[in-house]
Design a protein around this ligand. Structure first.
Ligand code: ADP
Ligand code: MG
Length: 281
């Protein structure tokens, strides 16, 4: 049944062995991690709707390097969310193989997948998805509580993550007391607090004004510069411009795959001036 291993998509690859994973909050990543955070081999996803079969993904094969910053683009219905759900272990493909951080996710049951999601993945959504009536700090602590971390450690790491996104002066604020851009920055802190192998973002700037979009892109760029691997879905060309690699989907297939900057380079257009102090909004 299994298809032969494929070499992946024809992108420029640099032989580079520099350890890229940031060591934050005392979490030291093992050095023997595979170079590819993601390997997809001939992924198909078919939905059955009565008599109708919808082919959301029709044979997607690609690999994503550790330390890359990848934008996924495509028109509505092209399969972007299905691909993201696959990458996030929220959806199981109909066929094909998915290796996340060297692990074939098919071998895991729902509990294991929930655990993998919590430990290896950070999610950022268009609508922020913060827990209402709960402080920014408590929102960011939440994934660590699931991971069973002691309270003091949780707090310290959540505060460090909030500092990374320039939200140190808003830790006790409720989501309703924050602007959209600030809420999304808290959501990014929540996504990175577990030190995941991969941050997945589905239209993270879709609900933001241009200034907040710039802030969030600056944060993603900086996190990537620290070695974090980020895959984001976007409709906006100005967001895709800031990625190192842009993958386009159409009708469930990869139709274009362009490298805009080497994995080892800084993300394009990274201003480098962000001080984490946009507290006037
Ligand atoms: P995009 O995010 O690019 O807009 P999606 O991945 O959401 O695209 O959808 C791709 C195709 O798969 C669409 O035709 C959509 O209608 C279909 N699809 C997605 N999810 C489901 C589902 N749960 N049940 C049936 N069809 C689905
Ligand atoms: Mg979608």
């Amino acid at each position: 049944m299994r298809l032969p291993r494929r070499p992946g998509t024809p992108t420029v690859r640099r032989a580079r062995r520099t350890p890229l994973v940031a060591k934050r909050g005392g979490t030291v990543q093992p050095r023997r991690r595979p170079r590819h955070v993601i390997v997809l081999e001939d992924i198909h996803r078919t939905f059955e709707l009565g008599d109708v079969r919808v082919h959301a993904l029709r044979g997607v094969s690609l690999s994503i390097d550790r330390g890359d910053l990848v934008a996924i683009m495509g028109t509505s219905g092209s399969g972007k969310s299905t691909l993201m759900n696959t990458l996030g272990c929220l959806d199981i493909p109909t066929s094909g193989r998915y290796l996340l951080d060297g692990i074939d996710v098919r071998h895991y049951d729902d509990d294991d997948l929930a655990d993998i999601r919590n430990r290896k993945l950070g999610f950022v959504f268009q609508s922020f998805n913060l827990v209402p009536r709960t402080s920014a700090l408590a929102n960011v602590e939440l994934p660590l509580a699931y991971a069973g971390l002691a309270r003091a450690k949780r707090r310290a790491r959540a505060l460090a993550a909030l500092a990374e996104v320039g939200m140190s002066d808003r830790v006790e604020h409720l989501p309703s007391e924050l602007s959209g851009g600030q809420q999304q920055r808290v959501a990014v802190a929540r996504a990175l607090v577990t030190n995941p192998a991969l941050i997945l973002a589905d239209e993270p700037t879709g609900n933001l004004d241009s200034r907040s979009t710039a802030d969030v892109l600056e944060i993603f760029g900086r996190l990537n510069l620290e070695g974090r691997t980020i895959v984001l879905i976007t409709h906006e060309p100005e967001v895709a411009e800031r990625a190192k690699r842009v993958i386009r989907l159409a009708d469930g297939r990869v139709i274009d795959d362009v490298r805009q900057a080497a994995v080892s380079d800084a993300p394009p257009g990274l201003g480098g001036t962000f001080q984490g102090q946009h507290s006037h909004r």
